[in-house]
Design a protein around this ligand. Structure first.
Ligand code: ATP
Ligand code: MG
Ligand code: MG
Ligand code: MG
Length: 562
């Protein structure tokens, strides 16, 4: 490629709307342009980076046994109704109607549609395990699209779904994916950490890990231990609710909408005594925190170990006093301005001071309840939040905190979707069994932005070699010098023939401008053909990552660059 022909509109100034470095540099260096909020054009340089990340992702998915397919973006509401998520996914789901007034959505994730596909086309245990994946656009109407490619409303994701005969099979698929993810982010040249996570809005029973690229600008906070392997996101390393010292406790009130029930009624619904201890579980579903009350001792194991997804079907109206009610859940508590719960500290909901407690039934809620005053919480191990410097739950060494960008997540879904949507197979004895599923996502466009967050300096981007748009730029210092131009052209062609991704800066620009652009765009290697060519037969090689510079003879330069 020749720079004179490249469509890479660079900017002199940092655009005011860009808060984080990746957004600033990707705009300035001509990689992306905004179309509307959270929706971007990927210009040719960005497209090359994305293609390289995708190639790595594909290789690792295929090596782990994945088969690539491409599923519809437009998904019928019926499937989402079957799984129960149509009503609980909330405003993040882009919904649309066709000319016959039938409901559809743009896929934010593909559990429903792939479960439907597999259910209709796989019948025997002989066809399992099965791992299917795609790399495609996802659509999420994020409440706050921001930070450029970090939190888009249209973004590229690789999503793989595994279908197994049983839990042991799922465990193996999960292990393969975990390993593949480790390879992907390592090969992309990123510093990252897998951390224990909760299952969020996707749901699932068995466990989950997030892959976090470590960066100050990250929206997520993690705790980790240097002495052992322990690492978790703060939602997972949860907390123990308690009243803030000196905090005046508001009296508990019945919500004044008609039909509200008394604490006696709520207790009755929860099948506990008004004075009973009620166990709770807190988790985060996207931007919302959900606290679930678990009815009576009897059901705790069931919910915790097997059926945590029930809790995930609950969705709180973010600022409501009364809660939205969804089918199939347990009782719950939220939206949670419960003071004194450290996990909420960095969230907007902290502004709300009234906690709501209620049952999963219309109009069965009370506001201004306080944990420990109005009910007690006993699941301390689950609910404790770990602070920096406190002992690691695994080895006791002091833990540390860091910020991270979630670039991938793996989930054990179990039978959440196969059960609600009837995705079964016949086992060796001809018995019908539920398939056991997992799902695994990589944010491809977010990975590109994360790479910039970790690799830049005052002059611009410093791409890791594996995902650089071009590995080498060849810069003739003077366009008017025929010998320089000829040598640059020849080096360019030789490198191309060797399969190196190389760009020739053939523009009639001053050398300073060319060097600045090369640094801004972030090519790992710059080969400069200048005055030393005529005098000593040398060209200059400069490395972007550490600034090292050295001369090579014109003859050996293309041999040495690989
Ligand atoms: P977040 O916590 O940042 O909202 P998520 O947990 O909702 O992300 P998943 O459902 O786990 O995201 O999707 C898999 C991957 O897709 C994420 O790990 C992330 O890399 C990427 N991703 C999710 N939402 C976005 C977005 N709005 N823009 C860009 N990438 C995204
Ligand atoms: Mg997340
Ligand atoms: Mg999200
Ligand atoms: Mg996630």
């Amino acid at each position: 490629m020749r720079m004179s022909q490249l469509f890479a509109p660079t900017l002199r100034e940092t655009p005011a709307e860009a808060e984080v470095i990746s957004h600033q540099l990707l705009l300035r260096a001509g990689f992306i342009r905004r179309s509307s909020a959270g929706v971007y054009h990927y210009l040719p340089l960005a497209q090359r980076v994305l293609q390289k990340i995708m190639a790595i992702v594909r290789e690792e998915m295929n090596a782990a046994g994945g088969q690539e397919l491409l599923m519809p973006v437009i998904q019928p509401a019926e499937l989402w109704q079957e799984s129960g998520r149509w009503n609980v996914y909330g405003d993040e789901l882009f919904r649309l109607k066709d000319r016959h007034q039938r409901d559809f959505c743009l896929g934010p994730t593909h559990e429903e549609i792939i479960t439907d596909l597999v259910k209709n086309n796989v019948t025997s245990y002989r066809d399992l395990p099965l791992m299917l994946y795609q790399i495609a656009n996802k659509y999420r109407d994020e409440r706050r699209p921001r930070f450029g490619l970090m939190r888009g409303r249209e973004f590229i994701m690789k999503d793989l779904y595994s279908f197994d005969r049983d839990e042991a099979g799922l465990h193996e698929s999960y292990r393969k994916m975990y390993e593949a993810y480790t390879n992907i982010f390592r090969r992309c040249g990123l510093k990252f950490r897998p951390v224990e996570a909760d299952a969020g809005a996707i749901g699932g029973t068995g466990g989950s890990h997030e892959f976090m690229v470590l960066a100050e600008s990250g929206e997520a906070e993690i705790v980790y231990c240097d002495a052992c392997e322990y690492a978790a996101n703060v939602e997972k390393a949860e907390c123990k609710p308690q009243n803030q010292p000196g905090e005046p406790a508001l009296p508990m009130e019945k919500v004044s909408t008609p039909g509200q029930k008394s604490i006696e009624d709520v207790s009755k619904f929860l099948k506990v005594n008004p004075t009973d201890t009620i166990k709770t579980m807190i988790f985060r579903a996207d931007d919302q925190l959900v606290m679930v009350l678990i009815r009576g001792d009897r059901e705790i194991n069931e919910i915790k170990l097997k059926n945590k997804l029930d809790c995930l079907d609950l969705r709180l109206a973010s600022e409501a006093e009364c809660l939205e009610v969804s089918p199939g859940g347990a009782g719950y508590l939220g939206p949670v301005g419960i003071k004194g719960i450290p996990i909420y500290a960095d969230l907007e909901v902290m502004a709300l001071t009234r906690a709501v407690v209620g049952a999963n039934e219309p109009e069965a809620h009370l506001i201004q309840v306080l944990p420990n005053r109005d009910f007690s919480v006993t699941e301390e191990a689950d609910l404790r939040m770990i602070h920096a410097g406190e002992p690691c739950p695994q080895c006791g060494a002091p833990v540390k905190k860091a910020r991270g960008i979630e670039v991938g997540q793996v989930f054990k879904l179990g039978t959440k979707y196969s059960k609600s949507m009837g995705c079964t197979y016949l086992d060796e004895k001809g018995q019908e069994q539920l398939m056991v599923m997992g799902c695994y996502g990589v944010g491809v466009s977010r990975t590109m932005a994360s790479a910039v967050e970790q690799n830049y300096d005052a002059n611009g981007i410093v791409w890791p070699v594996a995902i650089a748009p071009y590995q080498v730029v060849v810069v003739p210092v003077s366009n008017k010098d025929a010998a320089q131009m000829e040598a640059a052209e020849a080096i360019y062609k030789e490198l191309q023939q060797k399969g190196v991704d190389v760009l020739l800066d053939d523009r009639a620009e001053r050398p300073g401008v060319k060097f600045k652009d090369a640094d801004l765009i972030g090519f790992p290697i710059r080969i400069t053909v200048g005055n030393k060519l005529a005098s000593e037969g040398l060209v200059e090689v400069k490395l972007r990552n550490n600034g090292d510079q050295f001369n090579l003879s014109r003859g050996e330069v293309t041999e040495k660059v690989v």
